[in-house]
Design a protein around this ligand. Structure first.
Ligand code: ACO
Length: 320
């Protein structure tokens, strides 16, 4: 048995912030952002938290799968911007959707989170522990961005994407994940200070810090590397893959991956223009769009690949 995605859903908050909107308070311009990143706009949540976005995406995925929430045995939310330190966003979702038989927890793997979650449920399904899972990538990064830092805040947007995954004969062929904690300072966000307030420490929330060029160099090397590895390890011809769904971080990273992999851009779908980088939500949001507009056909072979803070990376090859 393997994991198969049987339902997919996505949700982004209503408020859209265009590049032009950013120029009202930031020394930037639409041309620079489009040329360097491919981003034209992003969704920004003003009232909903990560759990609310995750819950809405989950409800849509469950409706798409045509199952009852009570059939779900495990809920995993991949996020680094939960509404609270605890309980988990997954616990909020589990309660809100009525998945009363499910165990629920979060994972932190930044933009690789959706692939990590798929990797985890694949293991549970192969081991025969669970049959039906709900995995969600959900982020409200707008709340941890430094909106005065033009080199990072222009990149990100809020959103959530969810998938119902069930044990089946076909589906995921292989997942491959990795981490390099020696590069943990390339992209990070300080959490609440662990200094004890009783001894004079002041709890503070930090903003995201990013060495953009280091992340860029890492991504253009790592994405082709893991895609090639998963093709090789599964004995799959690159031409046999219909769609390469790569984490939507920057159009130039996607174009570099296309050149290095010798895969044409028409096999690498792009929606970054409308969403920006939604971290672990970017791949399931893309899956949802392609499922709804008919680009994904049952039986298609897909490769998904993500990378992010940690540093982390992950890829999956599967039959849709
Ligand atoms: N508008 C206008 N000018 C800007 C902006 C902006 N928003 N941001 C930076 N600049 C300026 C810089 O100040 C610099 O000016 P200078 O030459 O006078 O010093 C110039 O533009 C070039 O800056 P660079 O940093 O060299 O620009 P670069 O081409 O490297 O692009 C970028 C920066 C877009 C951040 C790029 O490095 C990138 O996309 N990196 C990857 C980031 C990423 O994907 N992060 C997410 C990872 S996934 C996760 O885990 C969340």
């Amino acid at each position: 048995m393997t994991a198969r995605i049987i339902g997919i859903g996505a949700y982004a908050p209503d408020q859209v912030v265009t590049n032009q909107d950013l120029t009202k308070f930031l020394d930037t311009n639409d041309a620079w952002i489009r040329e360097r990143t491919g981003i034209g706009a992003r969704h920004v949540s003003t009232s909903e938290g990560t759990s609310a976005l995750a819950t809405e995406a989950a409800k849509r995925a469950i409706a798409d799968a045509g199952i009852s929430p009570e059939e779900i045995e495990i809920v995993i939310v991949a996020t680094s911007s939960p509404d609270r330190a605890f309980p988990s966003a997954a616990a909020d979702v589990q309660g809100a959707i009525g998945a009363k038989h499910a165990v629920a927890f979060d994972i932190t793997a930044a933009c690789s989170g959706f692939i990590y979650a798929l990797h985890i449920v694949q293991g549970f399904i192969q081991a025969g522990i669970y049959k039906t899972a709900l995995i969600i990538g959900a982020y409200t990064l707008s709340k941890v961005l430094d909106w005065t830092d033009r080199s990072s805040c222009i990149l990100f947007g809020d959103g959530a994407g969810a998938a119902v995954v069930r044990a089946d004969e076909t589906g995921v062929v292989k997942t491959l994940v990795g981490s390099d904690g020696t590069k943990n300072d390339v992209l990070y966000c300080q959490a609440r200070s662990l200094e004890n307030c009783l001894t004079g420490g002041k709890p503070e929330l930090g903003f995201m810090q990013m060495d953009g060029q280091e992340v860029f160099k890492f991504a253009v090397k790592k994405v082709p590397e893991i895609v090639n590895a998963i093709l090789e390890e599964t004995g799959t011809d690159r031409e046999a893959v219909q769609h390469y769904l790569l984490h939507q971080a920057n159009i130039r990273i996607l174009e570099a991956a296309s050149r290095r992999l010798k895969v044409p851009m028409d096999k690498i779908p792009v929606n970054i223009e409308r969403y920006g980088n939604t971290s672990a939500a970017s791949i399931p949001i893309l899956l949802d769009e392609m499922h709804r507009d008919g680009r994904l056909k049952r039986g298609d072979t897909l490769v998904m690949a993500g990378f992010g803070a940690g540093l982390t990376w992950g890829a999956a090859l599967m039959t849709w």
